[in-house]
Design a protein around this ligand. Structure first.
Ligand SMILES: C[S@@+](CC[C@H](N)C(=O)[O-])C[C@H]1O[C@@H](n2cnc3c(N)ncnc32)[C@H](O)[C@@H]1O
Ligand code: SF4
Length: 417
């Protein structure tokens, strides 16, 4: 596997230089000149831990959560006050863990963000189904949250029990969502679980839209090597069939495909922290992507708090990009929206897309993976499957290795990918 990813990386970056992440960082972050900048805040607490989950999280403990939020607010001020005035940003997303466990602090966190940034497209937050009750939703709404994403995984008991999760009651969700509506209500599901069928998924999507969702995300199950989950991934052929069937179903229903895994029943409903040209991340494990660097905060909650209390950023690793490496990052994450506009690429890099990747675009068109219209390259159904396939590959070759190390070491010396 790593042979193929290495070859692809060398070809696309036109260099044998690997992606090198080093244990060093800039205390000053040049985000002022970045357009289309997004913000992300990580809250790493959960009531119980799911064994399939790769994210940075620990069991909730009030004392540690209080300390963490104080550090988080300090980090926001440390970064935000590097420039005078307020920087315009597209959006703010809270992810986790289970951010609603810190619901009573959200107002303070958002106030800190608003001192330095102007958010133009709303604030999103991930929810566990247990958090979907009138009281919590009202607290979120009052704090300024406009979009929510609920981690359903499946409405069917057999898959919830495979994943070790509790049954979700759709009627209870409906009642709470009716009382406290949000601009975007997304529900996320895991697909490609053992023996999962098209009917199973179709039914999940129908239930989601009927109980108040206007957006769904269907993520393929990824079997991370460092998790203790024994659930195995579905074979490639079966998975492709399922993905094509479910995509066709959503398109036939008239839902809008706004990213590779997401569909919405109304065009305005959007929930994605991924498709930003640049982003600033706060909290442990949060990542920051700027014009020429990508950095990742430590996964260790206590070490994160300690660093911030010492008035230092909690960056664990930084990669300083070559131009081609940055282009690959740009194309990979922009393609997540299923579209790449050649004008946006040229605006970002000052070089025409065709000049840099004309051959790859020609091949992708020849194989029927993309179509071009008015300078916008759109993925076909086939292209979306191969993107998914490559993303899975990338996740298992790169993210799995990196997160596997970072879960054990707070500040590793160096990681080469
Ligand atoms: C941080 S959780 C969502 C919020 C909340 N903590 C919860 O569990 O409902 C983010 C989402 O990632 C997805 N996820 C977690 N582990 C995954 C895996 N191994 N493969 C694919 N998706 C996964 C799940 O759909 C989950 O809802
Ligand atoms: S899936 Fe959600 S609740 Fe489960 S461990 Fe991951 S973040 Fe926590």
């Amino acid at each position: 596997m790593s042979f193929i990813t290495n070859l692809t990386r060398m070809w696309l970056t036109r260099s044998t230089k690997p992606f090198i992440f080093k244990n060093e960082y800039d205390q000053f972050l040049p985000f002022q000149e970045c357009h289309n900048l997004g913000l992300y805040i990580h809250i790493p607490f959960c009531k119980s831990i799911c064994n399939f989950c790769p994210y940075c999280k620990v069991i909730y403990n009030k004392e540690q959560c209080d300390e963490y939020i104080k550090a988080l607010i300090k980090e926001i001020h440390m970064v935000g006050s590097q420039y005078e005035g307020k920087k315009e940003v597209t959006s703010l997303y809270f992810g986790g863990g289970t951010p609603a466990l810190a619901a009573s602090y959200l107002k303070d966190i958002i106030t800190a963000v608003n001192e330095h940034f102007i958010i133009t497209e709303g604030i999103g937050l991930e929810l566990h189904p247990d958090n979907v009750n009138e009281e919590t939703l009202l607290m979120l709404k009052e704090a300024g949250i406009t979009k929510i994403s609920i981690g359903i995984q499946s409405f069917q008991n057999k898959y919830q029990s495979i994943l070790g999760r509790k049954t979700v009651n759709p009627e209870a969700l409906k009642e709470a969502l009716n009382k406290v509506p949000f601009e975007t209500v997304s529900m996320d599901f895991i697909f490609a679980l053992p023996n999962q069928t098209y009917e199973d998924l179709k039914s999940d999507i129908d239930i989601a839209f009927s109980v108040g969702a206007n957006h769904v995300a269907i993520y393929p199950f990824i079997d991370f090597t460092f998790t203790t989950s024994e659930v195995k991934s579905m074979p490639k052929k079966q998975k492709r069939k399922l993905l094509d069937q479910i995509t066709n179903y959503c398109l036939e229903k008239g839902y809008d495909r706004n990213s590779i895994w997401t569909f919405s029943s109304v065009k305005e409903a959007k929930y994605s922290s991924m498709t930003r040209d640049n982003f600033l991340g706060f909290g442990c494990s949060a990542t920051t992507l700027l014009k020429d660097q990508f950095k990742i905060n430590t996964f260790n909650v206590q070490e994160y708090i300690k660093r911030i209390n010492d008035s230092k950023l909690a960056t664990s690793l930084t990669i300083r990009f070559t131009l081609r490496q940055r282009m690959i990052y740009y194309l990979f994450w922009t393609a997540y929206s299923t579209k790449v506009d050649k004008r946006d690429f040229e605006r970002f890099f000052g070089i025409p897309l065709k000049k840099m990747y004309g051959f790859e675009l020609w091949i992708a068109k020849l194989f029927g993976h993309i179509k071009e219209k008015d300078g916008v390259y759109t993925m076909t159904l086939k292209g979306a499957f191969y993107y998914h396939y490559y993303e899975n590959f990338y996740t298992l070759s790169y993210i799995d290795k990196m997160w596997g190390i970072m879960r054990k070491e707070a500040f590793p010396e160096r990681i080469e990918l």
